[in-house]
Design a protein around this ligand. Structure first.
Ligand SMILES: [Zn+2]
Length: 463
């Protein structure tokens, strides 16, 4: 037996198993898993004594190089994928946004160009639909066939991204027919807009009003409505960035009835709350994203949701805008603050810290939430999201006991602040492999921009 790389003496952790084993890699894939593998002929030997060997993280919600409100998110596909790799993520799914009146293919082509020769890890795309005529409806089937097997629709941002219920229903029906999965931004945008206009008229323009004008009821209502539309269409539905208990209860009810309703949350909703928006001066703008931060008590509900499978996935909704010059666009009016926060780099560490060290769930559940469930829901499994013979050798060698303090001074995202500044995490990736090649080695980037590949995803096949 000959291997390009052998990872020795580690503890393999998958969504279902934990065992001491060596892992052999050849031609970018896992070719052997055994208690002891021969290393004499191995090109490279990585010692993982005392460390966990886990499937690489899959972040299914990022916005790299994305135009928003007259500016562009601060990380492109180079800096964003490098930061992701530092955090143990080896595949991301970004969003290609359809411009009204144009084809879905145009969106896909545009985003393929953005990633080309830049990405340091593998990537795929969901397509955001803003305008669904007969032609685009037809395109959905074609795109699913080409590996773009999920679509995102907005129930918020009227006049910009929001679509009506008829459009959502049509898209879901088409997705059901061709094996697509619809991702929903679930907030009642119409009602929110009225509340926002009233706040502005009353002179309430500071960053905190971004949160105060988007009630949890608006998210609960839209979550419920999207699940009902999916039920009528006979389609699965995936709620993105679920932030509050109101929405969580709607997902739980649907799942209790046996519906294929799924949802993700993000680390910001697990670690931050409305209190962060009381930061002095304009600092609250650092936490302006949608849905907004909620009262603190929602956090524990979301952690419970992750432990009990009401929530299946943790993604980041990474959408970084610098505080200087970007967030500042809304200094006099919160509606002009670019919506989004940076998070692509710290997902695994934050979830491991609060979930596993916090005593809420096992390392196996952790792997399920950050890698296996995302891979299964979005057509990447078993190529990615697990450690098995024949799977891509996208691996994280993780030190579960190493501690680190998150800070903008040391992070690798191209943004001038951290949402999680000063938070101490326990559990940090040490070495990260993509297709068997080191991208991060002992905490240093050794990969190459452009080495990441576009991944064609399979149609939706459940979890
Ligand atoms: Zn998003």
């Amino acid at each position: 037996m000959r291997f390009d790389t052998v990872i020795r003496n580690g503890t393999v952790v998958t969504a279902t198993d934990t065992y001491a084993s060596d892992v052999g890699i050849d031609g970018g894939r896992i070719t052997a898993i055994a208690q002891s593998l021969p290393v004499e002929n191995a090109g490279k030997v990585i010692d993982a004594t005392g460390l966990l060997v886990m499937p690489g993280g899959i972040d299914v919600h990022t916005h790299l190089d994305m135009p928003f409100g007259g500016t562009t998110s601060a990380d492109d596909f180079e800096s964003g994928t490098i930061a992701a790799a530092f955090g143990g993520t080896t595949t991301l799914i970004d969003f290609a946004i359809q411009t009204k009146g144009h084809s879905l293919r145009q969106a896909f082509d545009t985003w393929m160009k953005k990633a080309d020769r830049k990405a340091a890890i593998d990537y795929a795309f969901h397509c955001i639909i803003t305008d669904l005529g007969a032609a685009q409806l037809e395109e959905m089937g074609a795109l699913i066939g080409e590996g773009v097997s999920s679509f995102k629709l907005f129930m918020a941002y009227p006049g910009v991204l929001m679509v009506d219920d008829a459009t959502i229903f049509r898209a879901m029906s088409q997705a059901a027919k061709f094996g697509g999965l619809i991702c929903m931004h679930a907030e009642n945008g119409g009602a929110i807009d009225v509340i926002v206009q009233k706040a502005l008229a009353e002179g309430k323009k500071s960053p905190k009003y971004h949160a105060l004008t988007r009630p949890t009821t608006a998210e609960g209502e839209a979550t419920s409505r999207s699940i009902a539309l999916a039920e009528m269409a006979g389609a699965p539905v995936y709620i993105v960035h679920l932030s509050c208990n109101d929405a969580l209860e709607k997902v739980r009810e649907a799942r209790d009835r046996g519906l294929p309703a799924y949802a993700e949350t993000c680390p910001q909703y697990l670690y931050l709350s409305l209190e962060n928006m009381d930061a002095p001066g304009f600092e609250g703008a650092k936490y302006v994203f949608t849905p907004p931060l909620r009262e603190k008590w929602h956090q524990e509900k979301l952690w419970q949701g992750l432990a009990h499978d009401t929530l299946q996935v943790v993604s980041t909704d990474h959408c970084p805008f610098c505080f200087k010059e970007q967030k500042e666009l809304g200094r006099d009016d919160f509606t002009k603050i670019p919506n989004g926060g940076p998070g692509i780099e710290h997902r695994l560490s934050l979830v491991y810290t609060g979930g596993v060290h916090g005593g809420r769930f096992s390392p196996n559940r952790f792997v399920q939430l950050v890698a296996t469930a995302p891979a299964k829901l979005f057509g990447l499994f078993p190529r990615k999201g697990t450690i098995a013979i024949g799977s891509d050798a996208d691996l994280v060698i993780f030190d579960p006991n190493r501690e680190q303090t998150i800070s903008a001074a040391t992070h690798h995202m191209r943004v001038d602040y951290s949402m999680f500044e000063g938070i101490r995490v326990k559990g940090v990736p040490k070495t990260v492999l993509s297709h068997g090649r080191p991208v991060i080695e002992n905490g240093i980037f050794v990969g190459k921009p452009g080495s990441g590949e576009f991944v064609r995803r399979s149609p939706y096949a459940g979890i």
